[in-house]
Design a binder for this molecule. Structure first.
Ligand SMILES: *Cc1c(COP(=O)(O)O)cnc(C)c1O
Length: 491
């Protein structure tokens, strides 16, 4: 079973190769052409606990890895707040899938706990002796979760770029205090798209180059090893609804997903292709609503202002993983996808065919929400349900409101919750009608005093941690920075 580049059918790779490379040599993303054709018993998977589900799903999609059970244990055991990893909480008329109970209180922990283990195993499998250097651009959460996953993993180093002034004080502290002999954190003057484009350009510039005992790879959600572990929590949520007798196995469930790079929601589509009875996948955006417009009209147009919002992990104009969906919707037409991506690069826009648009509408719905609406939702859900939402989850909640008002069935609605409210204490406190003080750590304490919701341990201890990383560079200098760092023996 081979992974295939979305852009050129001649470029394919084993699962372990795809995990090591991150991105295909032609700039495309690795994907399996036909998930529905896999030998996969989704009903049997629902009977497993979370670890068992992870093992079965990872083994099915990444078949050349040995002993996936042990790999999953190494990834998760003891690192999350609960054995369920991603618990479901019933709040009002819907269900909240809490994806933020991991070591950095972000949903990205779910995948980034596994990826380092996959990369280490793939390195052995492929007989790679080179050191793997992970390059990651982050809008805030990926960076810390990747650092946490990779620090001191033998055979790997990691460089994280984040937009200077574009992440919250808590997120910044999470990254700049990261310990580990193999980690490097650097701010880039620019926004997230600049940092992400910079990383993509470095991969392109270094492709086929001899970097002297080093191979570059990615921890961004373009890596298939990031995407596959995210399929699991859709099964987990579904199984919990069956156990709670809210549905019978086989009945549909809708999922509303706060979306940025389109990885989280795409994993839901993969779950559906594997047989899970997923109803609609509802793509929720903030004021950066390029995906809302795309899903409505079939026109993707990035030529628009970039908004800094209270949900910064969704402040994205180019959603990388959408390329994988385009590939599947086009019937695996590489040349067509390559053409769209070229158009996006040169003209800043593309339009899909009417046939693809109708396929898209069969599976996906969408909506967007302003910061003010998200704040109102945080206040309302706290007052009415005593449940504290972070601003990303609040965006999804607001979009779920609109979705539920116009739908014609009564299937359960699951809202994916992607961050702890304590990662964005300023915005959350304001939404509750209180004025935050200047120091974001003191604001965490203000929020705790007001709500009584406990602060996750990893965030509570941040304040005392020493800052270890202070580099700030221009976006034009990212390549040079990486080459220099890679050349240094000791960080
Ligand atoms: C990354 C992230 C998202 C967006 O997920 P994608 O997979 O990039 O669509 C949403 N919320 C939070 C808190 C995130 O960190």
């Amino acid at each position: 079973m081979m992974y295939q580049s979305t852009r050129d059918h001649r470029n394919h790779a084993s699962a372990s190769r795809a995990v090591l490379d991150g991105i295909a040599a032609d700039g495309g993303l690795y994907i399996l052409d036909d998930l529905a054709a896999l030998d996969f018993d989704w009903r049997a998977v629902l009977e497993e606990d979370t670890m068992g589900m992870s093992e079965k799903i990872l083994a099915a999609l990444l078949p050349d890895f040995d002993d996936m059970g042990a790999l999953v244990q190494r990834s998760y055991a003891g690192k999350f707040e609960t054995d369920a990893l991603t618990p479901v909480v019933h709040v009002g008329d819907r269900h909240v899938l809490e994806l933020f109970r991991g070591p950095t209180s972000a949903f990205k922990d779910v995948a980034l706990s596994v990826l380092p283990q996959l990369i280490t195993a793939a390195r052995e499998k492929e007989g790679v002796t080179d050191e793997i250097v992970i390059l990651t651009a982050t809008s805030g959460d990926t960076g810390k979760a990747a650092l946490e996953g990779f620090h001191d993993v033998p055979g790997t180093r990691i460089i994280v770029f984040y937009p200077h002034g574009g992440v919250s004080a808590v997120q910044q502290a999470q990254m700049t205090t990261q310990v580990g002999g193999n980690v490097c954190v650097c701010a880039v003057r620019g926004n997230f798209d600049d940092a992400q484009t910079g990383v993509k350009n470095i991969f392109a510039a270094c492709a086929g180059q001899d970097l002297g005992g080093v191979q570059l790879s990615s921890a961004n959600s373009i890596n298939i090893g990031r995407l596959v572990p995210q399929i699991v929590y859709y099964f987990k949520a579904y199984a919990e609804l069956v156990d709670a007798q809210r549905i019978k196995a086989g009945q549909p469930v809708h999922f509303v997903v706060p979306t940025g790079n389109f990885g989280d929601i795409l994993a839901g589509y993969f779950a559906k292709l594997l047989g899970l009875p997923v109803g609609k996948l509802v793509c929720a955006s903030n004021a950066n609503n390029v995906l809302t417009d795309f899903i409505h009209t079939g026109v993707y147009d990035r030529r628009r202002p970039f908004h800094k919002t209270t949900s910064p992990s969704m402040d994205i104009l180019v959603s990388s993983n959408l390329e994988r969906l385009l590939y599947l919707l086009s019937g695996c037409d590489n040349a067509y996808v390559a053409g769209l991506m070229e158009q996006l690069k040169t003209e800043g826009r593309y339009e899909i065919t009417a046939e693809m648009l109708s396929k898209l509408h069969a599976e996906f719905e969408c909506g967007c929400c302003s910061d003010a609406e998200a704040a109102a939702v945080i206040g309302k859900v706290w007052r009415e349900n005593g449940y504290l939402l972070d601003p990303h989850t609040a965006v999804a909640w607001a979009v779920a409101d609109a979705f539920m008002a116009k739908r014609t069935d009564d299937a359960p609605v699951v809202v994916l919750s992607t961050a702890s409210p304590y990662k964005f204490p300023d915005a959350v406190l304001r939404a509750l009608g209180e004025e935050p003080c200047d120091d974001e750590f003191a604001v965490m304490e203000q929020l705790r005093a007001l709500t009584g919701v406990p602060v996750p341990k990893n965030l509570a201890s941040l304040r005392e941690a020493p800052v270890l990383h202070r580099d700030v560079i221009d976006k034009e200098d990212m390549l040079e920075y990486v080459l220099r760092k890679v050349g240094e023996k000791q960080w």
